[in-house]
Ligand binder design. Sequence first.
Ligand code: OAD
Length: 284
Amino acid sequence: MIPAMPPLDPSISAVLHAADAAEGPVVFLTGAGISAESGIPTFRGAEGFWQVGSRNYQPQELATYSAFRSMPGEIWAWYLYRYAMCQSAAPNRAHLALSELETRLGDEFLLVTQNVDGLHLRAGNSAARTYQIHGNLDLVRCAGACSPELTRMPERFATWEKGRPLDDEAEQALTCTRCGDWLRPHVLWFDECYDEERYRFESSMAVAAACRLLVVVGTSGATTLPMHVATTVAQRGAAFLVVDPEPSSFSDMADANPRGCFVQGKAGEFVPAIADALSADREP
Ligand code: OAD
C-alpha cells in the first residue's frame, strides 16, 4: 500500500493549480541530484566523480572527445568505473514516483534528463518519453562513427573497480567489430554539440515551448540545454518548480516567476508528493 503523502506547502500547491489551468504536458527536468539518494555522487558535490575518480583532471578536460582520442584507455577505465557504480545502484523513491506519474499521465508527461545512469528507464519510464540529453552509459557506439548503431555496454564491465587499468580482453571488447576503431560510451562530451538524433535537442526545446509545468530536480545549471529549457519556460511565465537542497540559477528563475516556487529539499522527500498531487484524479 502506498503511504499517504503529507500535505504540500500552499506555495507549491498554488503553482500546481496554475499548471492545472493551463495546456500542454508536464515536464520534469532532472540532474544528478535525483540519483544522489541512490548512492551515486553528484558531479559537483564533495564526493563528485571528477574529484574522486579523475586524479588531476578537471571535468571539462577529461570528459571530452579530444581527451578520449589522446588517452582512450584511461578515459575508458574511468567511464567503466562510473558504469559499474551506476549498475550497482537502484532507482529511489523519486525515480519510482516519476515512473508512476508517466503511467498515470501518459502522453501528458515528459522527462528530460541529464543523467547517464539509466535509472529513470530502470524505474519504468519509457524510452519514448524520456529524453536522455547527455546519453546513457548502458550504451556504446563506434568512436569513428562508422555507423550510428548503439549497442549494449558489454555485461562484463558491470563490476569494474575504480582505478583498474584496461587489459587486452577489455580493449578487445571495446573495439568496433565493423571498422576496428575504439567503441566509445554513448555520452555527450564537453567539446561536442547537442543534436536531435542522439540527444533530443529540438524535442527538448519543443516541450519547453509547450509545457504547462516544468519541474527541475537536482541540477546545478552547469550545462547549456537545461538552461535553455528553463529559460524558455521562465520567459513564457509557465508554472515552474525547482526541487533542490541548494539554491541555483534555476531556483532564482523560480523565485522570480509569479507562477514559480523553489522547493528547498531532497528529491526523495518532495518528488513523490508533487507527482501524487499532479495525478490525484488519475487512475493508476
Ligand atoms: P551537479 O552535480 O552539477 O548538480 C547536482 C545538483 O543536485 C546540485 O544542485 C545539488 O544541490 C543537487 N542535489 C544534491 N542532492 C540532492 C537530492 N538528494 N535531491 C535533489 N537534489 C540534490 O549535477 P548536474 O547538474 O546533473 O554533463 O550536472 C550537469 C551535467 O554536468 C552532467 O549531466 C554532466 C556534468 O558535467 C555531461 O556529462 C555532459
